[in-house]
Design a binder for this molecule. Sequence first.
Ligand SMILES: Cc1ncc(COP(=O)(O)O)c(C=O)c1O
Length: 434
Amino acid sequence: MATYSCRSREELRVEFKKMIARYEDLKHENLKLDMSRGKPSKLQLDLVSDMLTVLTDPTECIIDGNDARNYGDLAGLKCAREYWADVLGCKPEQTFVGGNASLSLMHDLICRAYTHGLTDSERPWCKEARIKFLCPSPGYDRHFRITESFGFELITVPMHPDGPDMDVVEELVQDPMVKGIWCVPKYSNPQGYSYSEEVVDRFANLKPAAPDFVIMWDNAYCVHEFDGEFEPFRDIISLCAEAGRPNMVYEFASTSKITYPGAGISVMASSEENIKYNLKLIGVQTISYDKINQLRHVKYLQNKEHTLELMKKHAQIMAPKFEMVLKILRKQVTNKGIAHWHHPKGGYFVCVAAMPGTARRTLELCKKAGVTLTEAGATYPYGVDPHDSMIRIAPSLPPIEELEKAMNVFCTCLKIAALEKYLGLTLEQVIENR
Ligand SMILES: Cc1ncc(COP(=O)(O)O)c(C=O)c1O
C-alpha cells in the first residue's frame, strides 16, 4: 500500500473512517494501560528476590576490617568501589559509591558546581552572569530538569544514531558560558543509540573554552542489553586523562535496573583528584551512605561477569516485550510515511519519530482511549519538541498482553493524527457530522 502522501484524498478518507471505527472499538474496551516510565516489571523484581536474604548474619557485616553497620567509608565500602570499578572499567579510587539513585549524585554534583565550584581553583557557577548547558535531544527529561532548576540556559544539540552531533558540540563549547553537556553513551534514553568510537574519542578530546566544563556521562544502561551479547564500552575517564583533561568527565551508573529501582546503589566515577575534592564537600552533607545495602549488592551481584549473567535473565523478560512493540509498529505503520524508529538492542525505550506536528495529538488520542505514554515534548529541553514529533514508548512495565493492546491503540492514534493533518479534518468533526 502506498504512503499516505501518495494516496488520493478519497483513499485517505476511506482509511480515516476505518481508523475512526477501530478507535471507537478500542475505546469501548475501557483500557487503563501505562507505557510512560521505564520501570522494571514485577517479574524482573521477583528475579532478584535473593537480594532480600543475601545478608542475614551480622558477622558478615564486618568487611575489610570495617563494620558496614556503622558510620565510616564515606566513599563507599572498598568492595563496592571495586565492584563498580570492575563494571565501569576504571580504578576503585576513581569511584564514589552513593545511595539509591544516580540522579541524586548528578543533581548534587551540579549543585556543588553552583554553590562551591567544581575545583578549589574554579569559582562557583552562581557567580556567573549566565550559564549554558548542552542537551543532546531527544534525551532524558530528568537530566534537563536538573539544569533547568538552577536557571541554566538549555541548548538543544541534535542526536544522530552514532551520538550527539559533535560538529555542533565542538562549536558550542567555544563559548565560555557553556559549562557542560548531558550524555547517555550506551542505549541512550529514549532512542537506544550507542555512541560510536569516533564520537567517544571526540568527547575525550574536547577543548572547551570553560576550564570547568563538565561532561555528565550517565552510563545508566551500561550492562543492559536485551538483544544479543554484551557490548563492551570504553573507559571515558582514562580517555579524558590520555587527552590531557582528566578532570573533565564524571561518569554515573546505578543498579536501579539491575536490582531494585529506588533501593539500589549508585556510583559517581571521575579522576582521583575530582573524587577527593567532592568527598570534602559530601562529608559536610552526610557521614556515610547506606553501606549495608552496598554490601548486600556486592554479595548478590559479585562482579561484572556475574552481573552480566543476571542481565541475561532480565533480557529474557524484556526481549519479547520489545519484539512485540516493534512487530506491531512494523505491521501497522511501516510504509505509510508517517513515522520511523530505531530497533534498539538494549536500554529501556523505543522512540518513535512521528510525522512532524502529530506527536501531541497522538498522545491526546491515546489518553482518551486509556493508554498513557510519556508526555509529548518531555524528551526536549523545557518540555518543548520543536517538531512535535518524538514519542517515547516504555515497554518494560506492562505484561505482554497489555502491551499488545496498548500498541494497537498507539498505532491507530498515530495514523488518525497523521490523517487529520492530511485531510485538515479532526476525528471529532467526522463523528459530529455523521
Ligand atoms: C538515563 C537515565 N539516567 C538515570 C536514570 C535514573 O537512575 P537512578 O535510579 O539511578 O537515579 C534513568 C532512569 O530511567 C535513566 O534513564
